[in-house]
Design a protein around this ligand. Structure first.
Ligand SMILES: [Zn+2]
Length: 867
């Protein structure tokens, strides 16, 4: 067994040496790449005598220290780096090493994606390129010289500004890049290959011209325009909202097919998963277009929150990620609809982060230990991290938040800092003390607010009782109550809110309570009649609410806060479905309230589509003590049928008026119409009616938008299998050469509720379009299967065995993708005895597999220990 070492936050110390400059030369050849690295090293700790350089899977050829060639007995070479005696304040180290990008299937460091050489160095990939002090608090000025064949690699890119090009003998050329701004090595990037591109320019607020380019596989250039528009909008938005200007002469984006993450914010040279760049009306869904706009913005915003101000160590990851997700969410809200964006964000948070937070891999947004940092690029660090920032935004208000951000940029630009420095910036403008608020950074799991009320007619008072229920952490230790802003309203029968007056609590803005105590009793005065409660408006705090007094039908009809209106429908749906799962009848009031929203003509179409979505399987699974997928799906389908039967004619009429097959515009109204139409078609498809299946089939063949076609195909797959095969064949024939579309195909097949899905997925692995070295394809086929509750939790246990086989197989190629897949087993503690035994065997089998990566080991042991 190999060792799996745990790294602790408390052990952090500043680096004894730093690297001031690094001059790199890459000679790219077909089978290997030669790297020459000249570093100027400066001692920071006068007592230091030994320099540790990180390095993995490198062939070291030559090493000089201050121009003296070192022989092998003058240093120690280990699996993970070099140990070098160095007792001086300044040194010049020159290293020549060789790497093998072709053999790099982990996709960290320099690797090949198709015919393109590209890099991914966050968090610790740079040590697979050359020896270096690979930690984010070492910030260096990099220059990069790249030499490669002109024919093979006409495009040679790195960070910073272009400083020179030259044609060399024997068909090679050279390009020199210089990045004037110091950065940690995880932001280093290099791209070489034969790529197509589109270009544009942007004039910054101070009038500087920036050259913009997006590179992709030749032939895909026309699919880059949406990404380019999104980039320009992001640059403008960051200037308007935060006064932040771009700082280099060029901004390049490169789309590659094989990429572990969504995208990477390397300084001046973003490298993207092609899924987040390439789109046109024929091949991309509305969701794809929205995703591109948001990820392009996210990576761009990192230039200030992440690159110029970076993290002191990887425990501080949320410093850059939580903040940048918050920034991209606000950007998307401004570009589209604030309400629908918020609902999407909350939905994603609850479906992913709340699930993570209640399971074996729960961790605080700022973890205090890890075995493999790659396992912490999680919904918690990102999405909950963004909610924590949003709470501060709510507390400070827009203007003060901007001032606090100015403070942050002014004081910490060019530095590697931590969340403490960020909180210091927020505190500088905050009307309340944020000391207790900091617990959001160090505690885990989702708190629940238990809320009840009492109306006192004599004094026209409403007493609100709020108790914070704080779950124990994963180590079974007690945790402390939080400080949080809670938006509430007391509503009159027409939906208008009474002004809030109270002596018991800090009231910030008109409807925000600052909550600090575990138990709170707040008396609101001047309430003439018993009001309706509206709680956690706008989802102001990332918590669960437990309150038996909420009037769902009233809130669904009259509440003006979109989130609470949505939430009432959502909670009412959960209540209705759970009653059905316990053998009860369908609640008539639910059917009526649902119908009222359905027929509300004043309601925005996208919002209507969101509010009419029934609670998901994930939501309901979360609430079960012992997971029972079959009963959930049965109740969902029954409820769908009841609603569809009751409102059949209305729904069919609405589908007819919403359907606009030639419209492929991506404005809010067009997307809203498609989304609502797809939702309604799904409702009536559940009736198994031949005329409706025929309509669905017509939409598949006739509509020009991928959103409609894919949705129709999915409905045929699940409700009209006799029509599905023809459609699937048609789809496959059209798109078998377009990997991005094939991802959708694999995902659709692997998510199917039909019997035999496992066999189909197994067979699809040998499809010519599938490749287990391409992360997107693995996520689409195997990942979708692992998220398909009916197939994965099948009583035979065969779903578990299959996914375990894949975890082991893929771990040998790409540990990061394998550990993501291993997360599928997170519900282990909540399974029935029989299923638990079956899954337990598979978990043990993975754990005992020789040469298991840190990535998978950490996830699997956490899951096993939680039980
Ligand atoms: Zn990010």
């Amino acid at each position: 067994m190999q060792e799996h070492t745990t790294i602790y936050f408390k052990d952090y110390t500043p680096s004894p040496y730093t690297v001031d400059t690094c001059s790199l030369e890459f000679i790219i050849e077909e089978s290997s790449t030669r790297v020459e690295n000249i570093m100027t090293i400066r001692r920071q700790d006068p007592t230091a005598k030994v320099l540790h350089l990180n390095g993995e899977m490198l062939d070291l050829e030559l090493l000089w220290v201050n121009d003296i060639l070192y022989s092998e007995d003058m240093y120690t070479k280990e699996e993970d780096g070099l140990i070098l005696p160095l007792d001086c304040d300044d040194a010049r180290i020159r290293i020549i090493n060789r790497i093998y990008p072709d053999q790099n299937t982990a996709l960290e460091g320099l690797y090949r994606s198709g015919g393109i050489w590209c890099t991914q160095n966050e968090p610790e990939g740079f040590r697979r390129i050359t020896y270096f002090i690979d930690r984010p608090d070492v910030m260096t000025r990099f220059t990069t010289k790249i030499i490669a064949s002109i024919e093979r690699c006409p495009i040679l890119l790195s960070n910073g500004n272009l400083r020179g090009t030259a044609t060399l003998d024997n068909g090679k050329h050279l390009v020199l890049w210089e990045d004037p701004i110091p950065k940690p090595c995880y932001l280093f990037a290099l791209v070489a290959g034969d790529l197509g591109s589109i270009t544009d320019t942007f004039s910054t607020m101070s009038g500087k011209k920036v050259d913009l380019a997006i590179y992709c596989d030749r032939g895909n250039e026309e699919k880059c325009h949406h990404a380019m528009r999104s980039l320009k909008k992001s640059m403008e938005w960051d200037e308007n909202e935060y006064g932040r200007e771009y700082d280099l002469e060029v901004y390049n984006i490169v789309a590659v097919d094989s990429f572990n993450m969504g995208a990477m914010e390397n300084k001046g040279l973003n490298i993207f998963n092609s899924h987040y760049v390439l789109a046109d009306e024929e091949t991309a869904t509305d969701g794809d277009f929205m995703g591109i706009e948001s990820v392009i913005a996210h990576e761009y915003f990192h230039n200030w929150t992440g690159n110029r101000i970076t993290c002191r160590n990887w425990f501080e990851l949320t410093l850059k990620e939580g903040l940048t997700v918050f920034r991209d969410q606000c950007f998307s809200a401004d570009m589209n609809s604030e309400l629908t964006q918020r609902l999407d964000d909350v939905r994603a948070l609850r479906e992913r982060q709340f699930v993570e937070d209640s399971g074996p891999t729960a961790h605080p947004i700022k973890p205090d230990h890890y075995i493999e940092i790659n396992n912490f690029y999680t919904a918690t660090v990102y999405e909950k991290g963004a909610e924590v920032i949003r709470m501060m935004h709510t507390v400070l208000g827009r203007e003060k938040f901007r001032h606090a951000m100015d403070y942050y940029f002014e004081n910490f630009d060019g530095k590697a800092v931590g969340t403490e420095e960020f909180l210091e910036s927020m505190q500088s403008q905050s009307p309340v003390d944020l000391t207790q608020f900091k617990r959001w950074y160090s505690q885990e799991r989702t708190p629940t607010l238990k809320i009840s009320s009492e109306y006192r007619s004599g004094s026209a008072e409403l007493v609100l009782r709020i108790v914070q229920m704080i779950p124990k952490n994963t180590k079974n230790q007690d945790q402390l109550p939080y400080a949080m802003p809670l938006r509430v309203a007391l509503l009159a029968s027409d939906g208008s809110a009474y002004p809030l007056q109270s002596d018991d609590v800090t009231l910030m803005h008109e409807d925000v309570i600052w909550l600090e105590n575990e138990t709170n009793e707040i008396v609101f005065t001047g309430i003439p009649i018993p009001p309706y409660l509206s709680l956690n408006r706008g989802f102001s705090a990332p918590v669960n609410i437990e309150c038996s007094e909420l009037d769902f039908p009233f809130l669904m009809a009259y509440e003006r806060d979109g989130f609470v209106r949505f939430e009432a429908a959502h909670q009412f749906g959960i209540e209705t479905l759970e009653a059905m799962m316990n053998g009860g009848e369908v609640n008539e009031r639910y059917i009526e309230s649902y119908g009222a929203v359905l027929q509300d003509e004043a309601c925005d179409t996208m919002f209507k589509s969101q509010i009419l979505e029934l609670p998901s399987i994930t939501t309901l699974m979360q609430r079960q003590t012992i997971i029972d997928v079959v009963s959930i799906v049965k109740a969902q389908e029954e409820l769908k049928q009841v609603l569809a039967k009751r409102y059949r004619d209305v729904i069919l009429e609405m589908i007819d008026s919403l359907y606009d097959p030639t419209n492929t515009d991506i404005d809010g109204l067009s997307m809203g119409k498609r989304s609502l139409k797809n939702r309604l078609l799904g409702m009536v498809m559940s009736l198994g009616d031949k005329s409706v299946s025929a309509l669905c089939e017509k939409h598949y063949y006739e509509a020009l938008s991928m959103s409609e076609r894919l949705s129709a195909l999915d409905l045929l797959e699940n409700y009209a299998p006799e029509r599905a095969s023809k459609g699937l064949e048609h789809f496959y024939t059209l798109y078998k050469h377009q990997t991005l579309v094939m991802n959708k195909y694999f995902s659709l097949c692997a998510s199917s509720r039909r019997i035999g899905t496992l066999e189909r997925v197994k067979a699809l692995q040998s499809d010519p379009a599938y490749d287990n070295k391409v992360p997107n394809l693995v996520r689409s086929l195997i990942g979708s299967f692992a998220r398909n509750p009916l197939a994965f939790y099948d009583i035979s246990g065969e779903g578990f065995t299959f996914v375990a086989d894949k975890v082991i197989e893929i771990d040998a190629l790409n540990p990061q993708i394998a550990s993501g897949l291993a997360g599928a087993f997170k519900n282990y503690p909540k399974l029935s005895m029989e299923q638990k035994t079956l899954m337990g065997c598979e978990l043990e089998r993975i754990k005992n597999h020789p040469n298991l990566s840190n990535n998978v080991y950490e996830i699997i042991t956490k899951i096993l220990e939680a039980s």
